[in-house]
Design a protein around this ligand. Structure first.
Ligand SMILES: Cc1ncc(COP(=O)(O)O)c(C=O)c1O
Length: 390
């Protein structure tokens, strides 16, 4: 299905469908670890690459391929490589494309496990990372070295919803032949398409909005064919592959992605506006609010603010924990992108294992709470938070 000819909502339900001999309407789930060849000659041709087709599910599986094609169509990417989780997508991207001696410049405001991966694991293999402030393009420029191969950014960031200027960062990367990789987990292609803004690579934790119902782990790396060949080369050898079952679940999630993202954004904007007026709340972080320092940039590169709202409870950690503990409906869990609203105290959970110094630099204070706004009635979400704030 040629993706240029269709709107996003059509691609979300129609792209990547290859019907089997049974002509099933809904996408089939191929639970098989290997594929049978018709002859020794066909096996040899498949293994040599002369004949395309499935060999073994660590390499390819038709259900996973459907998911990859659908997400590629939505992101406007030539190719998608599906992975077992968001973290394995980031790992596969770096391991597939970089070598010892290469350098990464990354935003300081990225997911805690990504910081750990870059700092504690990849450094051991000779890939060094410099962390800079997301919004300060001159800091990115100053951090670039002759061996800088990758700029890594999450926008809006987790949990402070800081916005990175993707066009400027892409231009900066391309000046020296580096690549810009964007973790597009918070927006999904419905709200933001980084490749259209000049990025080279898009990364997803499909565990979040792409599945959208908190059921399975998954991830993806997307971009030009020649780059994805490197990522796929790492994946098929090292094995952090997306399972067929998880791919099938996420394929179903993609079908409602547009409706869900619009509803998440609507609820989040209503909640953020309410929080902003509450006397026990300090700063509210939401790109859709006019008071967000990068509101204009966010609205220039995103269709709406997305579903994540963070806010400072006056009174520090004790006051923030009281709000969490007084909730009766909202789930106290670190995941996000679910139909069910979730609440997290980042300083003691998602960002608990990085140093206080790194937390301070990232602006993750003790009073900060992150709400991943779900699809319940927004009045019920507000009422659940109001109890603890009052
Ligand atoms: C922005 C972002 N990127 C990546 C990840 C990692 O994804 P996963 O948990 O699927 O490995 C997360 C997880 O919360 C995230 O919030």
């Amino acid at each position: 299905m040629p993706s240029d000819d269709f709107e996003l909502e059509t691609l979300a339900v129609r792209a990547g469908i290859h019907r089997s001999q049974f002509n099933e309407h809904s996408e089939a789930l191929f639970l098989t670890s290997s594929f049978v060849f018709e002859s020794a000659a066909q096996a040899a041709a498949r293994f040599s690459g002369a004949l395309p087709g499935n060999i073994y599910a660590r390499f390819t599986n038709p259900t996973v391929t459907s998911f990859e094609e659908r997400l590629a169509a939505l992101e406007g990417a030539q190719q998608c490589v599906a992975t077992a989780s968001g973290m394995s997508a980031i790992l596969s991207c770096v391991m597939g494309l970089l070598s010892a001696g290469d350098h990464i410049v990354a935003s300081r405001s990225i997911f805690g496990s990504t910081v750990q991966l870059l700092n504690n694991i990849l450094r051991k293999f000779g890939v060094d990372t410099t962390f800079v402030s997301l919004g300060d393009v001159s800091a990115w420029e100053a951090a670039m070295r002759p061996n800088t191969k990758l700029l890594f950014v999450e926008t809006p960031s987790n949990p402070l919803t800081e916005v990175g200027d993707l066009r400027s960062l892409a231009a900066l990367a391309h000046r020296t032949g580096a690549w810009l990789a964007v973790d597009n987990c918070f927006c999904t292609p419905i709200l933001q398409r980084p490749l259209d803004l000049g990025a080279d690579i898009v990364i997803h934790s499909a565990t979040k909005y792409l599945d959208g119902q908190g059921r399975v782990l998954g991830g993806a790396v997307l971009g030009r064919r020649e780059l994805m060949e490197g990522v796929f080369g790492f994946l098929r050898t090292a094995g952090p592959t997306l399972s067929a079952f998880n791919a099938w679940v996420i394929l179903k999630g993609l079908e409602t992605l547009k409706l869900r993202m619009e509803a998440h954004s609507h609820n989040a904007l209503t909640l953020a506006s309410w929080l902003e007026a509450h006397p026990k709340v300090g700063r509210v972080y939401y790109p859709g609010l006019a008071s967000h320092p990068q509101h204009a940039l966010a609205m220039a590169q995103q269709r709406s603010g997305g579903g994540i709202v963070s806010f400072e409870v006056k009174g520090g950690k004790d006051a923030a924990w009281r709000v969490v503990d007084q909730t009766q409906m909202i789930s106290i869990t670190a995941n996000l992108g679910d139909t069910k609203t979730t609440i997290t105290h980042p300083a003691t959970t998602t960002h608990g294992r990085i140093s206080q110094e790194q937390r301070d630099a990232a602006g993750v204070t003790d009073g900060l709470l992150r709400v991943a706004v779900g699809l319940e009635a927004v009045g019920d979400i507000i009422a659940d938070l109001e109890r603890g704030l009052d």
